[in-house]
Design a protein around this ligand. Structure first.
Ligand SMILES: C[S@@+](CC[C@H](N)C(=O)[O-])C[C@H]1O[C@@H](n2cnc3c(N)ncnc32)[C@H](O)[C@@H]1O
Length: 247
């Protein structure tokens, strides 16, 4: 091998090692400062490597978003999937986005303005308290978000509430996410909220699961605290009745 070649090889390997080190440090930082993800870490999420392994176009196709639909995205972060999905809905449809961090929403607004995408309604809100009426959306999707949500049970039951009876929920995860939620756990959590798995797309470092409402479960989207209040009131009534029944 010529001296020139070996210098070039050393430079290439050096640059690759440096890039890998920077990327790794960013993810370690994100792992430490996560929940919700820091604004610093958000900068690294939408990058060419991720777009190559988890192409937004493929993900949006799997969710089967069509023109004229009402779609909700939860936790858009930098908007990795937002623009692609909003374009698929078109001007006839409605595309809503919620994120728990106001700064994420304001950055996304800027990005959408620059990209001249005008059919997106953005709101700061917690997935566990969605500011939308029942049966409002044909599609709800969240990618690399479930692990970050504090009250996952409540959030999934809220999603079920806003989803139309024939609607689809898509949960995506990316292995590199420090809050990565396993395939099995996502299915279990969604199942407990009355959402049935209907399709899955598994790739080496990411997956997408599609769910429909389990029509046999009618009350699963009632908030837990309402159920427990109801039960507590029932128990209290029984306790009051008990002495009268005994005598
Ligand atoms: C890791 S980022 C994922 C961003 C984007 N979906 C992606 O895959 O590139 C997670 C996002 O979920 C948001 N998030 C976390 N907890 C949330 C909650 N309870 N309700 C709504 N958004 C939440 C965060 O603020 C952040 O924007």
């Amino acid at each position: 091998m010529l001296i020139g070649d070996s210098i070039l090889l050393t430079v290439i390997v050096g640059i690759a090692a440096l890039a890998l080190a920077v990327y790794t440090v960013a993810w370690i930082k994100m792992a430490i400062i996560h929940r919700p993800i820091s604004l610093l870490a958000i900068r690294f999420i939408d990058n060419p490597i991720r777009r190559l392994v988890q192409p937004p176009k493929d993900v949006v196709n799997w969710i089967n978003i069509k023109r004229g639909m009402n779609v909700l995205e939860i936790g858009p972060g930098p908007g990795t999937f937002t623009i692609e999905a909003a374009k698929s809905v078109g001007e006839q449809g409605q595309f809503a986005v919620v994120d728990i961090q106001p700064a994420i929403i304001s950055r996304l607004d800027d990005r959408l303005r620059r990209a001249e995408v005008s059919n997106v309604i953005t709101r700061t809100a917690d997935a566990a308290e969605l500011p939308f009426p029942d049966n409002a959306f044909d599609r709800v999707f969240l990618i690399a978000v479930l692990g970050e949500i504090e009250n996952k049970e409540r959030a999934l039951s809220e999603i079920r509430r806003v989803l139309r009876d024939d609607g689809i929920l898509a949960i995506g995860e990316f292995l590199q996410d420090p809050d990565y939620t396993s395939f099995g756990r996502s299915i279990k959590l969604a199942g407990a909220a009355g959402l049935q798995l209907t399709a899955s797309y598994k790739r080496i470092i990411h997956y997408l699961l599609l769910f429909r409402k389990d029509q046999n479960i009618r009350h699963s989207n009632a908030p837990t605290f309402v159920d427990s209040l109801g039960l507590a009131a029932e128990e209290q009534k029984n306790r009051e009745l008990e002495p009268a029944l005994r005598s």
